[in-house]
Design a protein around this ligand. Structure first.
Ligand SMILES: Cc1cc2nc3c(=O)[nH]c(=O)nc-3n(C[C@H](O)[C@H](O)[C@H](O)COP(=O)(O)O)c2cc1C
Length: 166
């Protein structure tokens, strides 16, 4: 069975998470592949779909939002998982419902964060400035910046497999 993992990233964390999830699913016998939405439309013929991307300034990556809205009907037809790479702790079901609509969130078999980081060397332009300020002021104390979260990726794989093999 095929699983498509489509992601939108700015500094590579969501790409790393998508590839790691693909490895977990492949090790469990599925044909899983990660697709960068910046490279065009991913394979829509898979049996299940994962859509993920990072959050900045409270907003899920624009490419992930646009893809979700433009492909809602197709995504509602198969098991769906939604993830975000982020450092904050906002409730993702509420955030996604506001930004891509409640239908997809209600349909998803998994909605959660896959971790995140705020490494200064990865940032450019204004983002670099914001991260520098946050590091200086200690505002990042409440954030999780430990990189990708493998435990949640395994939980995502479990939820998808349960939906595919009831
Ligand atoms: C300028 C800036 C704003 C951010 N805003 C948020 C935010 O609102 N909520 C959050 O949880 N994480 C926020 N983050 C953390 C990012 O989501 C985190 O760096 C993530 O790993 C980026 O993933 P990406 O490399 O796939 O783009 C922010 C990071 C930066 C640099």
């Amino acid at each position: 069975m095929k699983i498509t993992i489509a992601y939108a990233t700015k500094t590579g964390t969501s790409a790393q998470a998508a590839r790691q999830l693909a490895d977990i699913l492949t090790a469990r016998g599925y044909e899983a592949a990660a697709y960068d939405l910046a490279a065009g439309k991913p394979d829509m013929t898979a049996d299940a779909f994962v859509l993920g991307g990072s959050i900045r300034m409270g907003r899920w990556h624009g490419r992930a939002r646009r893809f979700a809205r433009a492909n809602e009907a197709a995504l509602l037809r198969k098991p769906l998982a939604l993830f975000a790479c982020r450092c904050g702790k906002e409730d993702l079901r509420t955030l996604f419902a506001k930004q891509i609509g409640e239908k997809l969130v209600a349909h998803a078999v998994f909605v959660d964060g896959f971790g995140g980081d705020m490494l200064l060397e990865k940032q450019k332009g204004l983002d670099r400035f914001f991260v520098k300020m946050a590091l200086k002021s200690g505002e990042n104390g409440e954030m999780s910046t430990g990189g990708v979260d493998e435990q949640n990726m395994n939980a995502c794989a479990d939820a998808l497999i349960r939906a595919l093999v009831p």
